[in-house]
Write a protein of this length. Structure first.
Length: 212
């Protein structure tokens, strides 16, 4: 608890570098998809390395930051029993969207596939809001429970629930009112836009369950 802002600051520093590398490799050097993949890898490396350097210089975390030893793998199974259900839940949640993209590809119409990719991209972007709030809730509630403050944890839970609901309501309203302008950000192909619009509201309803 207390280091979330630092990680956020590191990400804010990396984002402009990502935009610059995308422009340089994709547009300026005209590398296309290869340039996009290189830019993504550069961003991932900078994010990972900056966090490693930052954590390595925190004196408060020295006891928890060390190279793996034999003791590291002691009591691994109890940890796995807690971690595996969460891992499978996230994997299945993301896998269902990727399966939809694969099914759209099987249809054999590239415009249908493009429309599906647009909807998935919109969903992946908007889901970051409730997902970020959920991570904040885990941190706050866990901190309260660790401090033996169950009433504070319950209060934090209610506040996060109300804030998440309010944010999600705003997002759903904006998505519903700005359907065509949002889709048009991804393409100017009239056919792709019309195909995406046909499934758009179904997509919004489906994703609202994830948001809430």
């Amino acid at each position: 608890m207390g280091y979330n802002k630092s990680v956020c600051l590191l990400q804010l520093i990396v984002i402009p570098i990502h935009l610059l590398s995308c422009w340089l490799l994709v547009a300026y050097y005209d590398m296309g998809l290869k340039g996009a993949s290189f830019a993504n890898n550069i961003t991932a490396f900078l994010t990972f390395s900056s966090q490693i350097i930052y954590v390595s210089n925190l004196s408060d975390l020295k006891d928890a930051w060390y190279w793996p030893t034999r003791n590291t793998f002691m009591n691994l199974w109890p940890f796995m029993k807690l971690a595996l259900p969460g891992m499978l839940m996230l994997m299945l949640e993301n896998l269902n969207m990727e399966i939809l993209v694969l099914l759209a590809g099987i249809i054999g119409d590239t415009k249908v596939l493009a429309a599906q990719v647009i909807l998935v991209s919109i969903g992946q972007f908007t889901i970051m809001v409730p997902y970020g709030l959920a991570l904040g809730a885990v941190s706050m509630i866990g901190h309260s429970l660790g401090a033996n403050e169950p009433k504070e944890a319950a209060l934090n839970s209610r506040i996060i629930t109300l804030v998440t609901f309010a944010f999600c309501l705003v997002i759903i309203t904006v998505l519903g009112l700005c359907r065509e302008p949002i889709i048009s950000l991804f393409t100017d192909d009239a056919t792709v836009i019309e195909i995406a619009k046909e499934s758009y509201m179904v997509f919004v309803v489906a994703f609202s369950f994830d948001w809430m």
